[in-house]
Design a protein around this ligand. Structure first.
Ligand code: HDE
Length: 704
C-alpha cells in the first residue's frame, strides 16, 4: 500500500481494514464488543462534552507529518493523564477498602449520647480501609508489618472515624517521635531500600534506642503481622477515648474489632513465598470474598472504665504502649460491622478516603494520650497536601451523609454554590443561614486541668518492659518460638553488631531465656548487658487473649483448599473432598499442570482454576493431592509439583493424598503425621485442615 498517496483514515480503512486502526474501524470494533455485551454505548466526548470522532490517531499535518498543537483532544487527554497521580499517604499508602454497615446490638445509653452507640438495630453505613504501614502504594500485601484498620462511620450526627491498627499498642508514647520512627522504618534515604521491610539497620537502631517500643516489638515480631487474610485480623482503637452521657459524665473507653472468622496468620517462610506468588494476596482475597457474597464481619466491643478504676491499673492507660488486659477490664460486645460492597472505583474511594481521629460525634471525646493528641492535628494537615484542597470533605467518599452547613467558603475545587450575600455568623441579614446550637451539639468533656506546663513526661510512663514480658509469657510455646525466630531473622539483616547487641540487652528485661534464644540464634558468644531500667519490671498475670492460637476458630469458613490433579485423576475422590470441604465452609480450587480443564479417569473433563506453575500451595490453607500413577510419575519431574507438596508440609498444613499420589508425597520427603491423611479418611483431613500442625514444625525447621 502506498501510504504517501493515502490521505484519510477512512480510505485506509477501506483498503486495509485489519492492519491500520482508524477512528471508523475502531468504532466498528468497539460497537461489536458492546453488542457482545448486549448494551448501548455513550458517545465518547472531551471534558467539554465535544464528541470525539477518532480516539486512535492524533491530528497530523499530513500522513507522516508532525502532530499539530491545535489538537485539543490529544492535549486534553494527555494533560489529564499527566496529573492522574496524587501524593500517596506518607504512611499506610498501601490499602484495601470496602463499604459496609455497622449495626448496634447493645446500647451504651448510660455512657454516651452518641446515637450510633445508643440506637440498637440502627444500621450505619461505613467505609473501612485496611492497610500496611511502611511500603508505598504499589508495595506488596504481605510484608511483616502492622495493619491499619480505619473505619469511617457515616452517622446521623456527622462522620466518626475510628482510625486504629490490628495491634492494640504503639511504638512510641509521644507524637513528637513519630516522624523519626517512620523515617527509621521506611527505605533508607541514601539507597532507597528496603521497601516495606523492617529488617534493616535504621529501624532497629531507632528501636534499640527507644525502650518504650519494646512492647510493640513483641507484637510486630509475632505472627500478628503476617495475617492470613484481612478478614482474620483484630482491630483496636489503641488510645483511650471518652464517652459522655446526658448528664455530662464521662467514662473512658477502648474500642476493639474481633473477626467473625477468628484470628489466623501465616508463618514467615510461607509469607515470603506468598509475596512472590501473589503480590495482591490480601486485596484479592477481600475482593473475591465480597464479590462472592462471603462478607467479612467483625464484632465491635468496648472496654469501659472510670478514672477511679484507671487510677488502680498497674500502668497508665494514657500511655499508648500499654493495653488493658481483657482479664482486667472485660470486653463488652455492642455491635457488628459487615463489609458487603466493593468500591466502584479504587481511586475515587479507597485512595481518596481521608480519615482523621479528630472526626468524632457528640457523646465521644478524646483522652489526654499524648500520641492521640498529636494525631488530632496530623491527619487533616497531611490531607491538605495529599488531596490538595481544604474542600476534600466534599469528595463523595468523605462527605457526611447527614446535612452539613457552615460559613466556610471558597478554596480549591469548591463544589458547592452557596447562595445569598451572607458568608459570616452571626448575621441579621439571612433568616435561614446556619446558626450554632447548644442542644445536640459536640461538647468537650468538662475536665479540670491543673499543673505546670513543660516538655515533660509522667513517671507512670516509665515502665517499658512489664507488658512486653506479659505478652511473651502469655503465648503458646509455638508462638514464642516464632517471636524469637523473627527477632533472629530481623537482627540478622542488621549490619551493625552494636545494634544487635543493644536489642538483645533489652530482651533480657522481658525474659532471660528469650534473650538467650535470640542471642544463640545470632551466634553471640556471650549475652550482652541489659540497659538500666527506670522502674523494676512487674510480674503481670498471663493473658491468653493475647495469643493468636487461642483465638483461632474451629472452622474452614474463609479458608481455601487446593486440590492438585492431573490427567487421569480419580473424579469420585475429588468430588468427595470437595463436598466435605465445602460443607465445612471452605472454598475449593483445582490446580493442574494446564489451565482450562483436565481429563479425569472416567473421561469427564474437570474445570481447572489455577495452573500449577502459578498456583503454589502457599495460596491455600490445606491441600489434597489426587493423582493417577501416570499423573504422579509425570509430576514427580516437576519442581513446582514437588514444591507444592513440600511447602504445604513445611508450612504445617494438612495434606490429603490418594494411592496414586503416594509417589509424589515420597519424593517431597513428607513424613506421616496427624496432618498427612489418606483420602479414605476425609473427616480426619477436614479436622486437620482447620489447624496448623504445630508439632510438625520442629521436624521441618530450626527455630530460635
Ligand atoms: Fe497514623 N497517620 N499517625 N496512626 N494512621 C496516617 O494520615 C500519625 C498512629 C493510622 O487508611 C496519616 O491520612 C501520627 C497510630 C491508620 O487512610 C498521617 C501518629 C495509629 C492510617 C498519620 C500516628 C495510626 C494512618 C498518613 C503519631 C493506630 C491510615 C495519611 C502520633 C491507632 C488511614 C493520612 C487510611 C495514617 C499520622 C500514629 C493509624 C500522616 C502523627 C497510633 C490506620 O496523618
Amino acid at each position: 500500500m502506498n501510504k504517501e498517496k493515502t490521505t484519510s483514515g477512512s480510505e485506509i480503512h477501506k483498503q486495509k481494514k485489519d492492519s491500520i486502526p482508524t477512528g471508523d474501524s475502531q468504532r466498528a470494533t468497539s460497537g461489536e464488543l458492546h453488542q457482545m455485551a448486549g448494551g448501548e454505548h455513550q458517545t465518547l466526548t472531551t471534558n467539554q462534552g465535544v464528541a470525539i470522532s477518532d480516539n486512535q490517531n492524533s491530528l497530523r499535518a499530513n500522513l507522516r507529518g508532525p502532530t499539530l498543537l491545535e489538537d485539543f483532544i490529544l492535549r486534553e487527554k494527555i494533560t489529564h493523564f499527566d496529573h492522574e497521580r496524587i501524593p500517596e499517604r506518607i504512611v499506610h499508602a498501601r490499602g484495601t477498602g470496602a463499604h459496609g454497615f455497622f449495626e448496634l446490638t447493645a446500647s451504651l445509653k448510660n455512657y454516651t449520647t452518641a446515637i450510633i452507640l445508643t440506637e440498637v438495630g440502627e444500621k450505619t453505613p461505613v467505609f473501612t480501609r485496611i492497610s500496611t504501614v511502611a511500603g508505598g502504594a504499589g508495595s506488596v500485601d504481605t510484608p511483616r508489618d502492622v495493619r491499619g484498620f480505619a473505619v469511617k462511620f457515616y452517622t446521623k450526627e456527622g462522620n466518626w472515624d475510628l482510625v486504629g491498627n490490628n495491634i492494640p499498642v504503639f511504638f512510641i508514647q509521644d507524637a513528637i517521635k513519630f516522624p523519626d520512627l517512620i523515617h527509621a522504618v521506611k527505605m533508607e534515604p541514601d539507597r532507597g531500600f528496603p521497601q516495606s521491610a523492617s529488617g534493616h539497620d535504621t529501624f532497629w537502631d531507632f528501636i534499640s534506642l527507644t525502650p518504650e517500643s519494646m512492647h510493640m516489638v513483641m507484637w510486630i515480631m509475632s505472627d500478628r503481622t503476617l495475617p492470613r487474610s484481612l478478614r482474620m485480623i483484630e482491630g483496636f482503637g489503641v488510645h483511650s477515648f471518652r464517652l459522655i452521657n446526658n448528664s455530662g459524665q464521662s467514662t473512658f473507653v477502648k474500642f476493639h474489632w474481633r473477626p467473625k472468622l477468628g484470628l489466623q496468620s501465616t508463618i514467615w517462610d510461607e509469607t515470603v513465598k506468598i509475596c512472590g506468588a501473589d503480590q495482591d494476596f490480601h486485596r484479592r482475597d477481600m475482593f473475591e470474598a465480597i464479590t462472592a457474597g462471603n462478607f467479612p464481619e467483625w464484632e465491635f466491643a468496648v472496654q469501659l472504665f472510670t478514672q477511679e478504676e484507671a487510677d488502680r491499673f498497674p500502668f497508665d492507660h494514657l500511655d499508648a504502649t500499654k493495653l488493658i488486659p481483657e482479664e482486667l477490664v472485660p470486653l463488652k460486645v455492642i455491635g457488628r460491622m459487615v463489609l458487603d460492597r466493593w468500591p466502584n472505583n479504587f481511586f475515587a474511594e479507597t485512595e481518596q478516603v481521608a480519615y482523621c481521629p479528630a472526626n468524632v460525634v457528640p457523646g465521644i471525646d478524646f483522652s489526654n494520650d499524648p500520641l492521640l493528641q498529636g494525631r488530632l492535628f496530623s491527619y487533616l494537615d497531611t490531607q491538605l497536601s495529599r488531596l490538595g484542597s481544604s474542600n476534600s470533605h466534599q469528595i463523595p467518599i468523605n462527605a457526611p451523609k447527614c446535612p452539613f452547613s457552615n460559613q466556610q467558603r471558597d478554596g480549591h475545587m469548591q463544589m458547592e454554590q452557596p447562595t445569598g450575600r451572607v458568608a459570616y455568623e452571626p448575621n441579621s441579614l439571612s433568616g435561614n443561614s446556619p446558626r450554632e446550637s447548644s442542644a445536640l451539639s459536640f461538647h468537650s468533656a468538662a475536665v479540670a486541668e491543673i499543673g505546670e506546663k513543660g516538655r515533660i513526661r509522667a513517671e507512670s510512663f516509665s515502665d517499658h518492659y512489664s507488658q512486653a514480658r506479659q505478652f511473651y509469657l502469655s503465648q503458646t510455646s509455638y508462638e514464642q518460638a516464632h517471636i524469637a525466630s523473627a527477632l533472629v531473622f530481623e537482627l540478622s539483616k542488621v549490619e551493625h553488631p552494636h545494634i544487635r547487641e543493644a536489642m538483645v540487652g533489652h530482651l533480657r528485661h522481658i525474659d532471660e531465656d528469650f534473650a538467650n534464644r535470640v542471642a544463640t540464634g545470632l551466634a553471640f558468644d556471650k549475652i550482652p548487658d541489659a540497659p538500666e531500667v527506670a522502674v523494676p519490671v512487674q510480674e503481670m498475670k498471663p493473658s491468653p487473649a493475647l495469643q493468636i492460637i487461642g483465638k483461632m476458630k474451629d472452622t474452614l469458613m474463609g479458608r481455601v483448599i487446593g486440590i492438585l490433579i492431573a490427567s487421569g485423576s480419580d473424579g469420585a475422590v475429588i468430588e468427595k473432598i470437595k463436598k466435605a470441604a465445602t460443607n465445612a465452609g471452605a472454598t475449593v480450587k483445582i490446580v493442574a499442570p494446564k489451565v482450562g480443564s483436565a481429563k479425569l479417569a472416567n473421561g469427564m473433563l474437570l474445570a481447572v482454576d489455577g495452573q500449577l506453575a502459578g498456583t503454589p500451595s502457599v495460596l491455600f490453607d490445606a491441600v489434597a493431592i489426587i493423582l493417577s500413577d501416570e499423573g504422579a510419575k509425570a509430576l514427580s519431574m516437576e519442581s513446582a509439583a514437588i514444591d507444592f507438596v513440600r511447602d504445604a508440609y513445611g508450612h504445617l498444613k494438612a495434606i490429603a493424598f490418594d494411592k496414586g499420589a503416594q509417589a509424589l508425597i515420597k519424593i517431597a520427603n513428607v513424613t506421616q503425621d496427624a496432618g498427612v491423611v489418606d483420602t479414605n479418611n476425609i473427616d480426619a483431613f477436614i479436622t486437620a485442615a482447620k489447624i496448623r500442625q504445630w508439632d510438625r514444625e520442629k521436624s521441618v525447621r530450626t527455630l530460635a
